[in-house]
Design a protein around this ligand. Structure first.
Ligand code: SAH
Length: 259
């Protein structure tokens, strides 16, 4: 039976099913089960795990998942964050610490509104959570279009992984229920193409910049981050990516480095 056009299991809703929760190297199976439950309570059922422990779906996880065993059992396992987010046109990373302005930052309610708006438009969205002990690395944050932070007591600012997922999932669910906040004007956009397409674009850009000896292949981490921020903000569509890569190829042809 459906209520007001909504499926009984809200996980079957096409908008909510475009949002995936990605856990990067979670170490405790109990937390993975707790995340599955937190998700299903809020109608989110796509769980992706990057390098989980061997017993990620074992007894400890199952006990915590309870009625969300299906979410746990259907979880995708990846060996790199890149593949877990490859189809997504919006990737938001949850961070317990406010980081430097190298990454755009959003309060959790605005992040949820942005994520839900993108899913409503038909885009795939990833909400990425870090390791229990050390969170997400700078390299992983570079793959995100913006960071989201849940305001907490500074004396104890880091939430348990499943609790952090619960708060974010609840905010997304409020949007789905129609209680959303307006999408942030402080975040000017994210690419309309998938993370996989954007990674191909960055590879091409940085290869060209090395070929013209603008940058040293081993250095320039900050420069690379700045370029990512710039192009993420631009919100490129596929046509624009094609034009820019066409320009890169023309430069490479002139340099004589195109195969
Ligand atoms: N000690 C780690 C915290 C890890 S908590 C650190 O300082 O980074 C595990 C994960 O839960 C984090 O990587 C983050 O994704 C999420 N999380 C915990 N507290 C959060 C908060 N206040 N806001 C946003 N995400 C949070």
């Amino acid at each position: 039976m459906e209520t007001a056009g909504r499926p009984d299991n809200h996980c079957d809703d096409p908008q909510l099913s475009r949002l995936r929760i990605v856990l990067v190297e979670p170490s405790h199976p109990g937390n993975i089960g707790g995340v599955a439950r937190a998700m299903k309570n809020m109608g989110l059922c796509r769980l992706a795990l990057v390098n989980p422990p061997a017993d990620w779906a074992g007894e400890q996880a199952r006990v915590r998942a309870t009625s969300a065993l299906d979410v746990l059992q259907q979880a995708e396992v990846h060996d790199a964050l890149e593949s877990a987010i490859a189809p997504c046109s919006l990737v938001l990373g949850a961070s317990a610490r406010m980081r430097s302005s190298r990454w755009p930052q959003l309060p959790v309610d605005e992040a949820a509104a942005l994520a839900f708006a993108r899913a409503q438009e038909g885009g795939q969205v990833a909400l990425v959570f870090g390791r229990e002990k050390s969170g997400l690395t700078n390299g992983e944050l570079d793959l995100c279009h913006a960071l989201l932070h849940i305001p907490t007591n500074p004396a104890c600012s880091s939430l348990n992984l499943a609790a952090a997922v619960q708060v974010v999932a609840w905010e997304v669910y409020q949007c789905w229920l129609g209680n959303e906040k307006p999408v942030s004007s402080t975040f000017e956009g994210a690419p309309r193409v998938s993370a996989e397409v954007m990674e191909g674009f960055y590879d091409h850009l940085f290869t060209l910049l090395e070929q013209v000896e603008f940058m040293d292949p081993k250095q320039n981490e900050h420069f690379r981050r700045r370029m990512r921020k710039l192009f993420h903000r631009a919100g490129l569509n596929q046509k624009e990516v094609d034009i820019l890569r066409g320009i890169f190829r023309a430069c490479q042809r002139k340099l004589g480095v195109l195969d």
